[in-house]
Design a protein around this ligand. Structure first.
Ligand code: MCN
Length: 789
């Protein structure tokens, strides 16, 4: 492929051949000699006191080397589970969390002991033989019950079940707007708990080398450097003595950002036993103990004029934190700050978030984290309002959009949207979906007793985390910037080490595209490396929040530009010209006006390690860069979904899905489409299929296998029609915005709006997720009953 044509090229992912031919390297593939398997003994109760743990029988089982409990780990592990203060520093009551329970368990699946044996089967047998005596305590499974004063407390020593209660703004203008509004609509909107369910479950291996006191951890994670930071801190080791290696990762969707108890336990067990230790969760453990996403309820009220002009909004978020506050769990409160979507609210927005402790597994970011919730709320409310005043859902959106000439636009909470043309995306999507014609088809179908519906979702997103000035406070002092190191070798091949860590997003391809164009080297000569804290820059900030391109890709760009600057000086020296007279084009340096006398970047690379350098120039061609963006990036788009609902069964037939998205300039259109396909599938999954369910009385997880937890397959997801508009971001030189979460952020509202539109003849104006056949069937029956009454 020619030089300088890589950015924007629709090329296949270079990662795929080895992944799809079984050549991936996952944690389970790693076999170190002498490795012990760890199996975790977990609480069967949602809340209980631990009376005693008897490991005598287990310790005597064949192949079992040790049974370890909290008291064995205490000398090695200090501190508590890290929790980023995020947006809720006030009134934050976060229960302490040691990786393994000592006296009390607060959710079903919480570790109480670990068994280490020669094989996993022997460890599992040993775990069966560990005798734990519990005194069950009252558990609180429902977040509204948890807020009642006489409710059981999720932890024995808790005063109440509030992890936080924060009002972002309660402007007087909001009250005034509601008092003067011609129409007010309100809705309670559920965001059910979801299990992230990556194909590769969590896995950790660790080896402690006593020769040089070096701890190596192999694991499936989204951010190896953060894990190194937390584990080295907990074990009292310098970061230089801990190496975290993460090869291929089979998905994460946010669930592999934060450290987990097992990460510490495997590392500490390897140190105690002086043998390598491995642990990989079973699918049931994954559903039971990997952090869940969403788990929220919103009360939303919108005040407007009869002509559809929005005035003000009130929103209260109830967020089920689970038994402990996840490391980045409070980040989901950003649903409040984005409550207004892409619309203008002259009277303001009053927002309150309440974090509620329950006896369920903790919640933490899951693809979109806070932004799907914000989009779902506002996009539902736009339709509820449109129905109330008899206005077309597309028109009411157009009437209230922030206009292209109003960017940069500062929202009601002081966040500045960088650029956008919301109507541009909507108009294109409506045209592709045949919106005008659809209403005719819908009317005809209704005459035949068929219920078709169309739903819109005009979404916006904050991503590209993030500007250090904005993120340092939310992360407890760690500024979310991103790093890259570029090494050009004497023969003109280059290695690009990045601090992000792709786990399905195709960075090896897209970052090589950026480096190839910037360095003027052939794409094939560039190798992208990540996931090993012993290589590349000292720190990396990881892959989440659709930040890798807008922040990490820019670090690649900047480091590559530094190389070009140095190469420029060397080229001028070799061409015996002044640097001002030498220009860099298509990977070649030449004297202005004389393109025949030129030096390629490959030739300069060789010279950089040779004897003929300009004065005061160091040898080598390497550069490190950290990029700190001036702002977040704000992608947007419009999704349109067409469904048919069968009122006899409540089943939803997804007939068409159109998405027009705008992530600024695009590095690789094929990868962007792939990200949208996956993201949309997960949004549809939330809308129609998936829900983590607990028995409300016993607190037992009822969706502990993939038979009960309904992850849809390709059969249930239609191939979406994708298109885009291009509104570059002014926040980075590449003009890019993120796309990794966009599909999930947009999709649930488009699907549910379509379902509600289909069922509007029954007088139904809101449907909760998942809109499963039984839920819809009951709702239709109830609506028919009340219509008859
Ligand atoms: N890209 C591009 N042009 C753009 C925007 C993005 O070519 N204008 C490319 C990027 O170069 C990158 C990919 O698209 O190769 C996604 O980039 P970006 O939007 O920066 O998102 P991240 O790489 O930071 O990925 C994180 C995002 C998140 S937050 C979740 S959750 C998620 C997701 O990505 N989890 C995933 N996509 C996933 N895909 C897979 N297969 N597995 C997961 O767990």
């Amino acid at each position: 492929m020619a030089i300088s044509q890589m950015i924007g090229a629709k090329i296949h992912r270079r990662e795929d051949p080895h992944l799809i031919t079984g050549g991936g390297r996952y944690v389970e593939d790693l076999i170190r000699p002498g490795t012990l398997s760890m199996v975790v003994v977990r609480s069967p109760h949602p809340h209980a006191r631990i009376i005693s743990i008897n490991s005598e029988r287990a310790s005597a089982m064949p192949g079992v080397l040790a049974v370890l409990t909290a008291k064995d780990f205490k000398p090695l592990l200090t501190g508590t589970h890290p929790v980023a203060p995020a947006f809720v520093p006030e009134k934050h009551t976060v229960p302490d969390r040691f990786p393994i329970a000592e006296t009390e368990v607060a959710f079903q699946g919480e570790p109480v002991a670990v068994v280490l044996a020669e094989t996993r089967k022997l460890a599992a047998d040993g775990a069966e033989a560990v005798e734990v005596e519990y005194e069950p305590l009252p558990a609180v499974m429902d977040l509204f019950k948890a807020l009642e004063p006489d409710s059981p407390k999720a932890h024995g020593d808790a005063v109440d079940n509030k992890a936080w209660d924060l009002t972002y703004s309660a402007e007087d203008s909001v009250q005034e707007a509601f008092a003067q509004a011609e129409v007010v609509v309100k809705e309670r909107i559920l965001q059910q708990r979801l299990a992230p369910t990556p194909i590769e479950p969590r896995g950790v291996q660790a080896e402690y080398n006593t020769f040089d006191d070096q701890l190596t951890i192999w694991m499936a994670t989204q951010n190896p450097h953060f894990i190194r930071l937390f584990v080295s801190g907990a074990m009292g080791l310098p970061e230089t003595k801990v190496r975290v290696v993460s090869h291929d990762v089979g998905g994460g969707f946010g669930s592999k950002i934060s450290p987990y108890p097992e990460d510490y336990l495997v590392a500490a067990a390897a140190r105690i036993l002086k043998r390598p230790v491995r642990w990989t969760e079973t699918r049931t453990e994954s559903l039971q103990t990997t952090t869940h996403g969403r788990g929220q309820v919103f009360d939303v009220e919108v005040a407007a004029k009869r002509d559809g002009s929005l005035l003000a909004m009130k929103v209260t978020q109830y967020l089920d934190t689970g038994a402990y506050v996840g490391t980045f769990g409070a980040f989901q409160a950003c649903a409040c700050l984005l409550a207004g979507g892409g619309y203008k609210w002259p009277g303001g927005i009053a927002a309150r978030t309440i974090g509620v402790l329950t006896n369920r597994v903790p919640t933490d970011p899951y693809r979109g984290a806070g932004r799907p919730e914000a989009t779902h709320n506002i996009e539902r409310m736009m339709d509820v309002l449109a129905a109330e005043i008899g206005m077309d859902p597309a028109e009411i959106r157009r009437k209230n959009f922030i206009q292209p000439n109003e960017f940069p636009f500062t929202n009601n909470f002081g966040l500045t949207y960088d650029s956008g043309n919301y109507d541009g995306a909507l108009s294109k999507a409506l045209e592709l979906a045949g919106y005008q014609d659809f209403r005719r088809q819908q009317a005809e179908a209704r005459q035949q007793g068929r219920y078709l519906g169309i739903g819109l979702s005009t979404w916006i997103e904050i991503c590209g985390f993030g500007p250090s000035a904005a993120t340092a406070g939310a992360t407890g002092g760690i500024a979310l910037v991103e790093s890259a190191e570029v090494r050009v070798h004497p023969t003109g091949s280059a290695q690009v080490f990045v601090g992000t860590h792709a786990h399905g997003q195709g960075h090896d391809t897209t970052f090589a595209q950026i480096a190839a164009d910037t360095l003027g080297l052939p794409y094939e000569h560039i190798e992208v490396l990540h996931g090993d804290t012993a290589q590349g820059p000292a720190f990396g900030y990881g892959t989440y929040g659709s930040r890798s391109l807008a922040v990490g890709g820019m670090a690649v760009r900047k480091a590559s530009q530094r190389i070009v600057e140095k190469a420029h000086r060397i080229a001028a020296h070799l061409l015996e010209a002044s640097t001002d007279d030498v220009i860099f084009e298509q990977g070649r340096f030449h004297v202005r006006g004389n393109p025949t006398q030129a030096k390629s970047m490959g030739e300069i690379a060789f010279a950089a390690y040779g004897a003929s350098l300009p004065e005061e120039t160091d040898h080598g061609l390497e550069a490190i860069s950290y990029f700190d963006p001036p702002n977040f990036v704000w992608p947007f788009g419009a999704h349109v979904c067409v469904v048919e609902v069968d009122p006899a069964t409540g089943s939803v037939d997804l007939q068409r899905y159109v998405a027009v998205d705008d992530c600024g300039n695009v590095i690789n259109p094929m990868i962007v489409e792939g990200q949208l396909h996956g993201g949309i599938a997960q949004g549809i999954a939330q809308a129609l299929f998936e829900e983590v369910a607990y028995d409300p009385e016993s607190g037992q997880l009822m969706t502990g296998s993939l038979i009960d937890y309904m992850v849809p397959t390709a059969n249930e997801i239609p191939a979406p029609v994708l298109d885009r508009t291009v509104t570059p971001s002014p926040s980075n030189e590449l003009g890019v915005k993120g796309i990794g979460e966009a599909g999930t952020i947009a999709a649930s509202a488009a699907v549910i709006n379509a379902v509600v539109d289909a069922l509007s003849p029954f007088g139904i104006r809101h449907v909760d997720m998942p809109a499963s056949p039984d839920r819809l069937w009951k709702q239709i029956r109830e609506a028919q009953g009340s219509a008859r009454a």
